[in-house]
Design a protein around this ligand. Structure first.
Ligand code: SF4
Length: 274
């Protein structure tokens, strides 16, 4: 059975326990726990995501993540570096570089940059799209209602917000919340790539269309990118695509699919919480 905290998280996500069980899906009753890791027993989450073998534990922050025995990598987009080149930067240098960056026009309209937040030695990195109005105001990614839903999603698989690292594809808000332009994402890409290289997560959870398209170099719909484990290059890091919380707020009927994705993320991490 689910503990009260995880049940509350699932309910916050809008996962209707009775409905999910009634569909034979058994998603909610198979929510991961420390004592009953996914991958043991029935935890197929509707069957759209193939079970993955647990990954070996990373033993040192500088050690490259071991990622054997996952599905074949998706094609990756070649890295295009049009903006800064922070490939050797420390965290401190990177923060300064982002804060003072004027590599694309978005610096003219931002209130502040939104660097990223969370545990820099985490196993799970969440990559979203771009700062919205709240994020631009507060300087932190995924705040507001979408952020609250993301927090609930993470808690449902045992992660507090502080236990993951959360960043966006670009660090400055596009005016009017428009999609970022290709030259903007290209200019900002080295910052995110350096963050990923410094963290060396064992899994990237890519949330939303813009994130998935930029991380995987594809234009496929999120619905088609879900359900398999991709690889992020550079780093050959397992990557799972799911819907953006803001999209889930507009289309709550898709939350059960996001829950499947989170279960797959949990399995890909080998059932370890942090
Ligand atoms: Fe620099 Fe990225 Fe902001 Fe553009 S979006 S100004 S590249 S930090």
């Amino acid at each position: 059975m689910l503990d009260a905290r995880r049940r509350a998280c699932l309910e916050a996500m809008g996962i209707e326990l009775w409905r999910v069980r009634g569909e034979g899906n058994r998603l909610a009753e198979n929510a991961p726990s420390h004592t009953e890791p996914p991958g043991q027993g029935s935890e197929t989450g509707g069957g759209s995501l193939a079970p993955q073998r647990p990954l070996p534990t990373r033993t040192h922050p500088d050690q490259a993540p071991a990622v054997a025995n996952l599905e074949p990598a998706a094609p990756q987009r070649a890295t295009t570096v049009l903006g800064p080149e922070p490939s050797g930067f420390s965290w401190e240098e990177l923060e300064v570089a982002v804060k003072t960056c004027t590599a694309c026009d978005l610096h003219e309209t931002r209130t502040q940059t939104v660097f990223g937040v969370g545990d820099r030695s985490t196993s799970l990195m969440v990559v979203g799209e771009a700062p919205g109005a709240d994020e631009d105001r507060q300087g932190e990614p995924f705040v507001g209602r979408a952020g609250q839903l993301l927090n609930a999603m993470l808690q449902a698989i045992g992660f507090a917000r502080e236990q993951v690292y959360i960043a966006n594809i670009i660090k400055c808000r596009p005016p009017g919340n428009r999609d970022p332009h290709i030259e903007e994402t290209a200019a900002c890409q080295p910052f995110l790539h350096r963050q990923i290289a410094l963290i060396q997560p064992r899994l990237i959870l890519s949330v939303g269309r813009i994130s998935a398209h930029n991380l995987l170099g594809t234009e496929e719909a999120v619905g088609r990118l879900r359900g398999r484990v991709h690889r992020f290059d550079p780093g050959d890091i397992p990557l799972i695509v799911t819907y953006h919380p803001a999209y889930l707020l507009r289309r709550p009927q898709e939350k059960s699919k996001a829950w499947q994705d989170l279960q797959a993320a949990y399995r890909t991490l080998g059932g370890r919480m942090v």
